[in-house]
Structure formats: C-alpha cells, structure tokens
Ligand binder design. Structure first.
Ligand code: NIG
Ligand code: FE
Length: 413
C-alpha cells in the first residue's frame, strides 16, 4: 500500500471526546476511554489518554490542527478490507430481477452479473475508470473509511486486468484514502471459455504480467459452485504466491466447496463471505490463522441468511467486516455495515467496531497500527457526532461522521 503523502501536518490534537476507542482488548471487543484525547506528530499518534493528561503535554495552543470532540466519539479510521469498487455500467435492473425471484447464480450463469460489468469495464477509458473509483473513494471517506482494499476482476483478460490495476493505482495515489490493490483475474469465467482453460490463462498469462506491473499486493479467487473449484482456486493462489502476491479467497458464499481448506493450505490472509461455513470450516480457518471477513451487506442485499459471526466470536476469535461494495451490493458505508453486523449477526457494537478497524487491518496484513489509536499508529481517525461508540451500530438513518482525519490532517468535515 502506498500512503498518500500529506503536507507536513505538525501537531494534531483531538480532545474532550465523550468516548475514544483505542484498539482491541484481550477478547473480541475494544478498549474504550471516556473523556479522552489523542495527540499526533506528523501523522503518527504520540499520546492517547485522559484529556487533561494529553493536553498537559500537547496543549491546544501549540497544535496545527485541534478538534474539540466534546459530546462526540472518536474511533480509528475505518478499514474496508473487501471491495470491488472499480467498475463501470449499471446493474440496477438485476436488482429488480432478483426482487422478482431470479437468483445471483442464475444471472451469472446466463452471462449477466459480473460478466455484464466486464463488458462495461472493457469499453470504459482509463480516465473513466479512475474517475469512477475516485467518486466512490470520496463517498467512502465521507463515511469514515481511511483505508480500502480494491479488487480487479472485471477485465478477465490480461490487458483489462492490468488497466484496472493502473486505474486503482492512479486513483489511490491521488486520494487521501489509502488503497490496497488486489488482483482478482479469477472472479468469473469469461464467456466462451471453460473454467479449466481460463484457470490456465490466469496462471500462465495474467499473473506473470501482473507481477511485472508491480501494483497488486494480494491475489483473490471466487471459489464457488459453478465458478472456480477448490483445486483451480488453489492452483491460482499458489501461483500468485510464487509471484509475491498474498492469497485471499471468496469462500462459502453460496455453497461450501472447500474454500476454507484452500485458504488454510495456501496461508491466505483472509477468507471472505463464509455464509455457508460449518464448524469444521471455522476450525480450519482458526487453526491456520486466516482472518474471517464477513460481508453482511451482501447477505442483506441478496436476502440471504447472514454468516455465523457468533460462532467465531463465542469461541474467542475476532471477525473482520467489509462492505463488499460492488454492483451487486451498493454499499460504501462501514457504519451501515456495523449496523447490519449487529442486527443481522448479533455482534455487539464494540465487536463491530473492532470488525471495521483493527480486525479489518489484520485481513490486509497491516501491522503498522492501522485500525488503532495507540502511540505509533497512523493518525487516521473518525469523529462521530454521537455520544457513545455503541451508536455506530445503533443508528442507521444518517451518516454519523462529522470529521475524518487521515495521517493527522482533516481530510473531510
Ligand atoms: O464478493 N461473489 C463474487 N464477487 C462479488 C460480486 C461481484 C459482482 O456481482 O459484480 C462479491 O459479492
Ligand atoms: Fe467480493
């Protein structure tokens, strides 16, 4: 991930917060301070604690940026670790078709769904692709996201997959939100090809070109009934790993066909969706240290049953949350995801906050303190116009974000 450089931010102080979330506790929740503040120097947190103690060392009078958070709540900036935010075209007609009874898998098998977005992306110019993503990054930032993963997978040929990665790189390096690029050539099987031949071309043609281009950090596969088998997924992720890309996997969204075993075997950073993961699949992930990423917006949009987050949490394992923003799940707000995680998966608001901050950073292998507000962390923070952290899940009407700080600089207010 390339951090977009900010002009020397100097001293940033956020003070008098009614509540401030520092980071994970020893269980599956978060540490919350009351009447708290943090200070940052040149974009890095240097002090967190009671307001009077922080201000004694870092007075407001000395600050280049000071935010009075009286009556408000301060959280680490949200990390969205699973999106397909770069696309073109419109699939709102499929939303209507699904309301009438068509299923996601039927639409894809008929050449719609992902394959229609592929048509639109292949026709779009480089500038249009980057501009589309920039617009979505603006909306994400306004909702408190300061780091986001963005996948390719609407090209399905070497040229367009590389164009997508260039657009992700261009939009990301020009925007306050940090963007983590993932290559997902194995997102669907293009029309007129079979999965086996396409798997071979991902491994032999696309991956070497992607590695040579040098933008992508992760490699992801849609391991699913009717898409890529467990064996094909494993081959692609191992080849990606050989090219220096960390594996991720879409597993158990519609059927459990072995994606969790593949995740463990290849040492994936995360396994995502998990709507049909059973106890055995869960144990396999936990044993292998693969972060489970749950996408309640997708279940909500599809009218499907939610993933079993409680099974992980009650066994003492954290759960990461993401929007899965894509034309089939038009959700860019992590606060809405937190609400769905609480209402749909019975995650406490504090567990959901961990899910959208430090656990999400773990799903992206970020170990620089992203997703926490501790000494040494990047000063990425969200000020919410709400009296307690629990209001993140509790409210679902308007955007609760009043100010977003990225690397100590006000990026949005
Ligand atoms: O994670 N399931 C596969 N990929 C996306 C959907 C992409 C699309 O429908 O355009 C997902 O939900
Ligand atoms: Fe996805």
């Amino acid at each position: 991930m390339s951090r977009t450089p900010q002009d020397s931010p100097g001293l940033t102080v956020v003070h008098d917060a009614a509540e401030l979330v520092v980071g994970p506790d020893e269980g599956t929740s978060v540490v919350v301070l009351e009447d708290a503040a943090f200070a940052a120097l040149d974009g890095e947190v240097v002090a967190v604690g009671p307001t009077d103690e922080v201000l004694a060392e870092y007075p407001v009078a000395d600050a280049d940026t000071a935010i009075d958070a009286t009556g408000k709540t301060v959280l680490p900036g949200f990390v969205d670790p699973h999106t397909h935010a770069l696309f073109a075209g419109d699939r709102s007609d499929e939303f209507v078709a699904k309301l009438r009874g068509a299923t996601y898998e039927e639409i894809l098998a008929d050449g719609g769904g992902i394959l229609r977005t592929v048509d639109a992306v292949r026709e779009a110019s480089d500038e249009e692709l980057a501009a589309n993503l920039t617009g979505h990054l603006d909306a994400m930032l306004a909702h408190g996201t300061t780091t986001v993963e963005v996948k390719t997978g609407y090209g399905l040929d070497t040229e367009t997959e590389l164009r997508m990665l260039s657009a992700i790189d261009a939009a990301g390096s020009d925007h306050p939100v940090d963007v983590v690029p993932t290559f997902m050539g194995a997102h669907a099987v293009p029309r007129g090809m079979d999965a086996e031949a396409y798997t071979e071309s991902v491994v032999s043609d696309q991956l070497p070109a992607v590695a040579e281009q040098g933008v992508a950090e992760f490699c992801d596969v849609f391991c699913e009934r009717g898409v890529f088998t467990a064996e094909q997924s494993r081959r692609i992720l191992e080849a990606g790993r050989d090219h220096g890309l960390t594996p991720k996997i879409h597993a158990d969204e519609f059927a459990a066909i072995g994606g969790t075993d593949v995740a463990a075997a290849v040492g994936a950073a995360s396994a995502d969706h998990l709507l049909h993961t059973d106890d055995e699949g869960r144990d396999v992930l936990v044993e292998a240290g693969v972060t489970p990423v749950m996408l309640p917006g997708t279940a909500f949009g599809l009218g499907a049953d939610y993933a079993d987050a409680r099974a992980f949490l009650d066994a003492g394992h954290e759960v990461a949350l993401a929007t899965d923003f894509n034309p089939n799940c038009f959700a860019r707000s992590m606060s809405f995801v937190a609400t769905l995680a609480s209402v749909g998966m019975r995650m406490t608001p504090h567990e959901a906050i961990r899910g959208v901050t430090s656990a999400a950073a773990g799903a992206l292998d970020l170990d620089d303190g992203t997703g926490t507000l501790r000494a040494g962390s990047p000063a990425d923070a969200v000020v919410l116009d709400v009296p307690t952290a629990s209001h993140l899940s509790y409210r679902f009407d308007t955007n609760p974000v009043s100010t977003v700080l990225k690397s100590g600089v006000v990026a949005r207010e």
